[in-house]
Design a binder for this molecule. Structure first.
Ligand code: SF4
Length: 331
């Protein structure tokens, strides 16, 4: 007699390279509860070890904070929301470089420049040109550093320019089920513009990091739809965030996701996307507290280390200890 729930037993097919269908993923959501959840996590852990067995740490700099004229419902940086974050214009090149030096000295080799705002569609934009200059200098000064960017919506032209200036990977999050983007996230820009941005970049050879946020009022079906949409876009990695409801945003009263639900969502996301980099991004310390190790065990193989955009994170050293102590790849 097997002790595994039959749906989990069926999902072991993923280890043989078979794909989990959307219906199968939804069945796991509906029927796996309580004491079966650790079995799901264990499978996600095995799938990660088999197909994505390298731990990847990256750091980001919030190079331009707040004053955003978009109104994403979760975001502390929208000027329409009454939050108390520190706001500033695009940082000087030297500030971007000195923060890169810090993470480089700590051994991190992936560095992302993140800016608030709609995005850049014109290569003549003065801010965009400054970012390109900073990327050139990062490339020159730090051998082996992979340069990422998260600058919002792009045109074909700006996508190409980033690639011409040493872009390794671009972050463009779906945030949630694409079909409900306007309802759950924002009506000021469209999910199609975001998907177009991904397509432009892929055309020029960029790798793509594309994920979203759990806990912003979406249903389980939305979570599965997002996981499947990420798979269909053929992206290379996916940052998964857990909402920290920020006072002053429309989601300030949203209930925190429980660690059990978060672990289940992460594990199923891994089963739907066995091979890509899955990054546990924001929400590790603030919402998951003692359980962040559990979520790494639910199939993650990457983390943002050294702080996030508008919330503090942990030091590179602390994260390194966390990963060492988890002993993720032990037999
Ligand atoms: S997520 Fe980006 S585009 Fe949306 S409000 Fe925040 S900074 Fe602006």
């Amino acid at each position: 007699m097997t002790l595994l729930h039959p749906l989990i037993e069926n999902a072991y097919r993923v280890l043989n390279g078979e794909e989990l269908t959307e219906a199968e993923a939804m069945a796991l959501v509906e029927q796996i509860h309580g004491t079966d959840i650790p079995d799901l996590i264990s499978l996600a852990n095995k799938v990660r070890n088999k197909f994505a067995g390298e731990i990847i740490a990256c750091s980001i700099i919030n190079a331009k904070s707040g004053h955003c004229n978009q109104n994403c419902r979760f975001c502390a940086q929208a000027q329409a929301h009454n939050t108390e974050i520190e706001t500033y214009d695009l940082l000087d090149r030297e500030e971007i470089l000195s923060s890169a030096q810090e993470i480089y000295d700590a051994g991190v080799r992936i560095y992302g420049i993140v800016t608030s705002g709609y995005g850049y569609k014109n290569t003549e934009n003065a801010e965009f040109k400054r970012i390109l200059e900073a990327m050139d200098e990062l490339h020159e000064r730090f051998p082996g550093l992979k340069i990422c960017a998260s600058l919002g919506i792009l045109s074909d032209e700006t996508a190409k320019a980033l690639m011409d200036h040493h872009l390794y990977r671009y972050n463009m999050n779906l945030q949630t089920n694409p079909e409900r983007y306007s309802e759950l996230i924002s009506r000021q820009h469209t999910i199609e513009e975001k998907i177009d941005t991904i397509r432009y970049l892929q055309k020029y050879g960029a790798t793509i990091c594309c994920g979203g946020i759990f806990g912003l009022g979406e249903t389980w079906r939305d979570r599965i739809r997002m996981a499947v949409a990420v798979r269909e876009l053929g992206v290379d990695g996916s940052p998964l965030n857990i909402l920290l409801p920020i006072p002053g945003t429309p989601l300030e009263n949203e209930k925190l996701m429980t660690p059990a639900d978060a672990a289940k969502a992460f594990a199923i996301f891994r089963l739907v996307n066995p091979k890509i980099m899955l990054k546990f991004a924001a929400g590790r310390e603030t919402t998951m507290k003692d359980f962040q190790g559990l979520l790494m065990l639910a199939g993650m193989n990457s983390m943002i280390t050294g702080g996030y955009l508008t919330t503090r994170g942990r030091s590179v050293e602390e994260d390194r200890n966390l990963i060492d102590n988890l002993n993720l790849f032990a037999d």
